[in-house]
Structures are given as structure tokens and as C-alpha cells.
Design a protein around this ligand. Structure first.
Ligand code: KG4
Ligand code: ZN
Length: 386
């Protein structure tokens, strides 16, 4: 069954064709990153206008690369929410119109379910070059870490979810993006923070930062960690309001280490990284903070997920969403889980937004297909159906 998957929830126009929810026949992503970079974040109005321009070329390319025509489609799936209203409307309405015109079933897909089903996709290139990997087995523990969400979910069947925990403030990706901005790194922050951390010279220590454990549950908190980075930057730049001890204790947070002094470029802050590094600080210092921040996020995510996996006796775990592209997060979780558990992490390109994951979710949730004319409107604040 060929499913056309469309996602325009944020700033990428993504269209793909996937067969039977698993085999990617084409995946087109028209990125708007450069368009928004000068603003340091997504400008909703600009995003929806660009979606309007890119939507049709993206569908045409996705069909061409899959080697099929509209007549070969069996179903259309498009993201209904959560996301930016103006952006969602473009892809969703095109999906509905296509389904209506072709008399095809139409599945409104929850973007978060899309991320989950990225774990069902076969990442092999070319498609079919290797036997299909085993599907994730229920009950399944899923950690969704994206720019808008951080949720730990127990999935007992297709479409059956129980939320174990979620972020109480910033999503993990949001924290990466904000910290990237604080450190003066290029937009988007997530990949930049990873690159800066990887640039930490061998033998240099990262700057240890606190972790908010919020013991006794599976909720997360990242805003205190972000504030800790803000205070470090202010201190380093000689601005007022340096961090105090009190600033480092985030509710029931337990700093695992004292914030260390910068290990490189000490006392000689430079401006070498003009346009990249934060003003008045050395690239080594930026790398040391980026690595410390990444370490704190990865540690909390991995530790809590591994604890939940044991408590709920699952055999399989899925890590998905844009932050799942982060190498430290991937490695930490791999290391934290018992060897007998199977961890499914899509390749980085399938962790960030794409149309194939929407096609996969549409296939597995085809019981929720609706007549295009009767389909609900976009739902920017949609949550996982619990
Ligand atoms: O899932 P996604 O593409 O869009 C949303 O649904 O939000 O996630 C985007 C988020 C952004 O915050 C981005 O900075 C983050 O994922 N991200 C990363 C990495 N790649 C993307 N965060 C950390 N390390 C990465 N390599
Ligand atoms: Zn996403």
C-alpha cells in the first residue's frame, strides 16, 4: 500500500511515499532553515508562505523519485497537529484536496505519532537492500524528544498510549536551541551545540552543569539548566548577576558536580569566533559549556528512560524526535539500557521532521481514516491520544 505522507508542522516542507508503513520509496524535505536563520528562530508567517511555494514541487518530486504517479497512491496522510497553525494548514489542506480528488482514504496524523512511527521505517538504502528490520514490540517504551515536546510514553498497541512523564517547562530541543543562542552558535541550536561539543579539544574537560532529577516520577525539567548556562555566559562576559549556589539547585535538582572553571582560554577571552561563538568568550570555553549541557540533558534522558524501561518490564525502547539525532543522547541511552533490551533509534535524517514518518503513522493508524470533506480542521495544540 503506497501512502503519501505530508508534514508542514513547522519550517520544513516534507513529502514522502512509503510502502506498507515501512519501506521509504521517496522522501523530499525542502528545508527553510536558511530562511529563518537570520531571525534566530522560525517566523510563522514566513514559514507558511514558503510552504505555499514549496508544497506542489515537493509532491511532484516525491512522486517522481518514487517512480509512481497519483494513480498509484492508495492513501494520503498529513499532519493535523501539533504545530504552527498557518504551516499545518498548507500541507494538511493539500493532502485533503488530493485525497478528495483521487477518492483516496485520508488519515489526519498526529505529528508526535509520526515521530514514534519513524522507528518502523526501514532505513536501508536502497530500499529493500537488506531484510526488513524487526518491528518494535509492544509493550514499548517511547521517548519523544523534539523541539516542542519531551514525553516518555508507554505504548501498549498501535494508537494506545500511556504518558509516564513529560517536561514541566522547556522541551529538550527547545533547551538545545536556547543554549545555542546563548552561546552565540548558528541557528538551529541543536546541531550547533552538538558540533561545538565535538570540537572540545582532546584532553579538555567539559564544564559540569546541574541535572534536574525530579525524583519519584518521570517528568523532566530543562529550564534551570538553560538558566545555569545563561549565568555562566554572563559571568564569563563580566556582566552582573553571576550564578549563586542557590541558582544551581533546581527544585529537587541535584548537581552531580561543581561547575568547573573553564579549562581553556582562561583569563583570555577572545572574540575569534565572530558570528559564531558568544561575544567575549573563547571557542574552547563555548565547547566546554556545550559539552557539559549536552551531557546533562543526555544523562537525565537516559537515566529516566532506563529506569522506566525496567519498571514497566518492556523488551523494546524507541528513541525519536529531532533530539534523537544527537549522538550523545543516542550513546547515553544505549549504554543505560540492559543488554537484552532492544533499542530502536532511527538514523538522524528520520529523527528530524520528514514525510516518511507521517506516511508510516498513516498506514498503521489507517483505522482513523476519514472522508476528506468530513476531516477535522488543523489542531495546533494537539496532544498524543492517551
Ligand atoms: O522533531 P523536530 O525536527 O521538530 C519538532 O517536532 O520540534 O525537532 C527539532 C528539534 C530542534 O530543537 C533541533 O535543535 C533539535 O531537534 N535537534 C537536535 C539535533 N538535531 C536536531 N538537538 C540536538 N542535537 C542534534 N543533533
Ligand atoms: Zn517534529
Amino acid at each position: 500500500m503506497n501512502v503519501l505522507g505530508i508534514d508542514t508542522s513547522c519550517d520544513d516542507t516534507a513529502v514522502a511515499v512509503a510502502a506498507d508503513g515501512r519501506v521509504i520509496r521517496s522522501s523530499v524535505i525542502m528545508s527553510q532553515t536558511r530562511l529563518h536563520a537570520e531571525h534566530g528562530g522560525v517566523v510563522p508567517e514566513v514559514a507558511s508562505r514558503r510552504h505555499l511555494e514549496d508544497m506542489r514541487p515537493a509532491v511532484t518530486r516525491a512522486l517522481k523519485e518514487a517512480g509512481i504517479g497519483l494513480d498509484d497512491l492508495d492513501m494520503v496522510a498529513a499532519t493535523v497537529g501539533p504545530g504552527l497553525a498557518g504551516s499545518l494548514m498548507v500541507g494538511y489542506n493539500l493532502g485533503r484536496a488530493l485525497a478528495l480528488g483521487r477518492r483516496l482514504p485520508f488519515v489526519p496524523v498526529n505529528h508526535m505519532e509520526g515521530h514514534i512511527y519513524s522507528a518502523w521505517l526501514d532505513p536501508s538504502r536502497p530500499p529493500g537492500s537488506a531484510p526488513l528490520p524487526a518491528e518494535p514490540r509492544f509493550p514499548l517504551l517511547v521517548l519523544i524528544v523534539s523541539g516542542g515536546h519531551t514525553e516518555l510514553v508507554l505504548m501498549t498497541d498501535h494508537g494506545a498510549y500511556r504518558r509516564l512523564g513529560a517536561t514541566r517547562d522547556d522541551a529538550a530541543g527547545e533547551a538545545f536551541d536556547k543554549v545555542g543562542r546563548l552561546l552565540g552558535l548558528p541557528y538551529p541550536g541543536g546541531p550547533s551545540v552538538q558540533r561545538a561539543a565535538a570540537d572540545l579539544p582532546v584532553g579538555h574537560k567539559f564544564i559540569a552543569l546541574p541535572r534536574a532529577w525530579l525524583r519519584g516520577g518521570y517528568d523532566f525539567s530543562f529550564s534551570g539548566l538553560k538558566t545555569a548556562v545563561l549565568h555562566l555566559v554572563q559571568e564569563q562576559e563580566g556582566q552582573p548577576s553571576p550564578p549563586t549556589r542557590a541558582d544551581w539547585s533546581l527544585g529537587s535538582a541535584e548537581p552531580t558536580a561543581q561547575p568547573a572553571l573553564p579549562t581553556a582560554g582562561e583569563g583570555s577571552p577572545s572574540r575569534q569566533r565572530s558570528g559564531e561563538g558568544s561575544r567575549g568568550v573563547s571557542p574552547e570555553w563555548v565547547s566546554a559549556v556545550a559539552a557539559g549541557f549536552q551531557e546533562s540533558v543526555a544523562d537525565v534522558l537516559a537515566t529516566k528512560t532506563a529506569t522506566a524501561a525496567r519498571e514497566f518490564g518492556v523488551r523494546d525502547v524507541v528513541l525519536c524526535g529531532g533530539v534523537a539525532a544527537n549522538e550523545a543522547v543516542r550513546q547515553r541511552l544505549r549504554a543505560a539500557l540492559p543488554a537484552e533490551m532492544v533499542l530502536h533509534i532511527p538514523p538522524p535524517a528520520l529523527c528530524t521532521d520528514n514525510g516518511a514518518m507521517i506516511a508510516a503513522a498513516g498506514y498503521y493508524r489507517r483505522d482513523t481514516a476519514v472522508a476528506p470533506v468530513a476531516s477535522p480542521d488543523v489542531q495546533p495544540g494537539l496532544a498524543l491520544p492517551l
